[in-house]
Design a protein around this ligand. Sequence first.
Ligand code: FMN
Length: 375
Amino acid sequence: MSAPDPHEPLKFAYWVPNVSGGLVTSDIEQRTDWGYEYNRKLAVLAEDNGFEYALSQVRYTASYGAAYQHESTGFSLALLLATQRLKVIAAVHPGLWHPGVLAKFIASADVISGGRAAVNVVSGWFKDEFTKLGEPWLEHDERYRRTEEFIRVLKELWTDDHAEFGGDFYRIHDFDIKPKPESRPHPEIFQGGNSTAARKLAGRVSDWYFSNGKDFDGFTEQVEEVTGYAAENDHTVRFGLNGFVIARETESEARDVLREIVAKANVDAVEGFRSAVKQAGKSTSDTKGMWADSEFQDLVQYNDGFRTGLIGTPEQIADRAIEYKRRGANLLLLGFLHYLEDVAHFGSDVLPVIRAKERDLARGAGAPEPATGRV
Ligand SMILES: Cc1cc2nc3c(=O)[nH]c(=O)nc-3n(C[C@H](O)[C@H](O)[C@H](O)COP(=O)(O)O)c2cc1C
């Protein structure tokens, strides 16, 4: 397993709350708002507090604790226009988007924003979103086969003036997208999905593999397997890990917040979500993948974010962040309860501790220290 360069600062992304109900399915008070004005302020605050990326979610219809949703690509472009440095990753579904139309949209967004657009290609768990739109719901591994073609088509269209592709799902002939994106070689391609099919996909074509929340061993197991697939394909993949942050002055205060979130969980919504996500890795022959072994508490945070354990004092959170970095994380994808307050607190009280520990780590590795800059 190749650990990331200890001299490269850990990157941070946050989940854009473009879906109502926040990042936890709980009736605990949440001061997070899903609307544009709140999100615009948050994006500016985040780029000033050490966040290099924001990830917009995609949900098309009301469900499981999320009554309202803003569409991810349009919302991402709005956030790009409101910020200076933040890279915004839009979640997109093969099967609902044609890759040629998406390639065109993202190329424009990338040019308009000076090279800050990216995509998170998600293969989907929510069957109703397809069937109720009259679209076929493919079997799990077929969804991933389609996703691989989708990603290959995006790359081809973004980099070739005479794009050609002949696949089972997509056929492109002598197609020329102009303008080409500003990002070189092309906008970054993140991947959401952790099943065996997802891991192999990352090892072949994705720039980034996003892991659901995991403890140390769970994360290491994925890094080793995906890195192995990448090596077989002479491909390089980077790792982002999801985690829900509860930073408080004392560990017991932070744990009390977690207890309250779980105690006030919206049980019907969590159970509905649990039932729907059986369409993910659990539906495959080896049953590996996201939510395959999630318990009730894990599902209260949609992406198992409590498991990463970024809950406690700034010092404790920083220690865990560094350990994940040592185990292969290039990026932490973070969710918060009260975004505006918590992101500012993360930037002022947690990030400096992480950066100081990164400098110690780099010194231990015996080479120049990483940059001290917030981003
Ligand atoms: C970081 C991350 C973000 C995701 N975002 C979305 C999303 O916005 N909308 C969605 O429907 N699925 C999203 N997914 C879920 C994926 O579509 C996929 O269904 C899920 O990862 C299950 O994959 P698996 O079957 O390979 O384990 C996301 C997954 C990850 C890891």
